[in-house]
Write a protein that binds this ligand. Structure first.
Ligand code: FE2
Ligand code: FE2
Length: 219
C-alpha cells in the first residue's frame, strides 16, 4: 500500500487500542508517595528526559538530514518540557535540582525504543505512537490537575507542553510518509507501533495494581 494508506491504517489501529488506555491510563508505575500533582510531575521528569535522550540517540544514528533535524527538534522540546516542569515543581515547593529521575534506571519503553534501528520503525514507535499515547495521558493529567484545583499546572500542559507533543506526533506522520514506502518498512513499523502500545498497556496495568496511578503525564 502507499505510505498514505499505511499511515491511515496505523492511525486507526492506534486510536482503537488507545481507547483501551482510557480512562484509567498511565505510562509509569513508579510514583513514590501520594498520588498528587508533585509526585506525578516527578514521573513526568523521567518521561521527558527519556524522550529527549531517545531522540538524541536516534539523531546521531540517522543518515537522512531531514530526520536528523526532526529528532533534534524533539531533543530540544523535551528538554524544555523538563525545565518547565522543574520550574513548576519549585513553585509547588519541590526543589528538583538534586533530584535524578533516572536514579533507579531507565524504563522498559526506553529500553525497547533504544533497540530500534530504522527510520520507519523509530518514527512509528517513538513519535507517531508514543506521542499519540502522550496526548491521551496529558489530557487525563490536565483533568486531574483541574480536579485538584491546580490550574497553573493544567495550563502549562494545555497551552505549552501538549501542543509540542502533538507536533511530535505529526513529525512521526511526516517521516513515515517519506520513509514507510515499502512493504518491508511498513511491516516493521507496524510491529514497533504495536509493541509500543503493548508496553504502555502493560505499564498501565502494573501501575494500577501497584500504585493506583492513572493520570501520569506522557511526552
Ligand atoms: Fe514529545
Ligand atoms: Fe515532552
Amino acid at each position: 500500500m502507499t505510505a498514505e494508506e499505511f499511515i491511515k491504517e496505523l492511525d486507526a489501529r492506534n486510536q482503537e487500542l488507545l481507547r483501551r488506555l482510557e480512562p484509567e491510563a498511565t505510562l509509569k508505575p513508579e510514583v513514590e508517595g501520594d498520588l498528587n500533582v508533585v509526585n506525578l510531575l516527578k514521573v513526568a521528569l523521567k518521561n521527558e528526559i527519556e524522550a529527549s535522550e531517545i531522540a538524541a540517540r536516534w539523531m546521531v544514528t540517522t543518515d537522512e538530514v531531514d530526520v536528523k533535524l526532526a529528532f533534534a527538534r524533539q531533543v530540544g522540546d523535551e528538554a524544555r518540557h523538563y525545565r518547565l516542569i522543574v520550574e513548576r515543581l519549585k513553585e509547588l515547593g519541590f526543589d528538583a535540582k538534586t533530584f535524578n529521575p533516572l536514579a533507579k534506571g531507565y524504563g522498559p519503553l526506553f529500553d525497547y525504543l533504544r533497540t530500534l534501528t530504522t527510520t520507519a520503525e523509530r518514527a512509528a514507535a517513538g513519535q507517531f505512537t508514543r506521542e499519540a499515547i502522550a496526548i491521551v495521558k496529558n489530557r487525563q493529567f490536565i483533568e486531574f490537575c483541574e480536579r485538584a484545583g491546580d490550574r497553573t499546572t493544567a495550563a502549562l500542559y494545555r497551552d505549552v507542553i501538549e501542543p509540542d507533543e502533538r507536533y511530535h506526533h505529526e513529525l512521526g506522520r511526516s517521516i513515515l510518509l517519506r520513509y514507510a514506502t515499502t512493504h518491508e518498512a511498513q511491516e516493521a513499523a507496524r510491529k514497533t507501533a504495536a509493541r509500543t502500545l503493548e508496553l504502555a498497556e502493560e505499564l498501565q496495568a502494573m501501575a494500577l495494581k501497584t500504585a493506583g496511578i492513572h493520570h501520569a503525564p506522557g511526552c
